[in-house]
Design a protein around this ligand. Structure first.
Ligand SMILES: [Zn+2]
Length: 71
């Protein structure tokens, strides 16, 4: 099931190419790779760089999440 990893009241659909399109009332709409999504599910709270990563409006990749999780 695809959802924003931080917000239960979000929704998402799986897209081609291991991508998920998430619609979150808190973070906004974004697309993220399914592996990156799985990595973020280990977090209880969003990493500090999360809002700006979403605001860049491109697909969030595992490279992005690794940078977020180690910052
Ligand atoms: Zn969210």
């Amino acid at each position: 099931m695809n959802k924003c990893p931080f917000h239960e009241d979000s929704s998402g659909v799986e897209q081609k190419g291991e991508l998920a399109a998430i619609q979150c009332p808190h973070c906004g709409d974004y697309r993220i790779s399914s592996v990156a999504l799985a990595q973020l599910k280990r977090c209880v709270t969003p990493p500090s760089g999360w809002p700006s990563a979403v605001a860049r409006k491109r697909v969030i990749s595992t490279r992005d999440t690794q940078a977020l999780l180690t910052s």
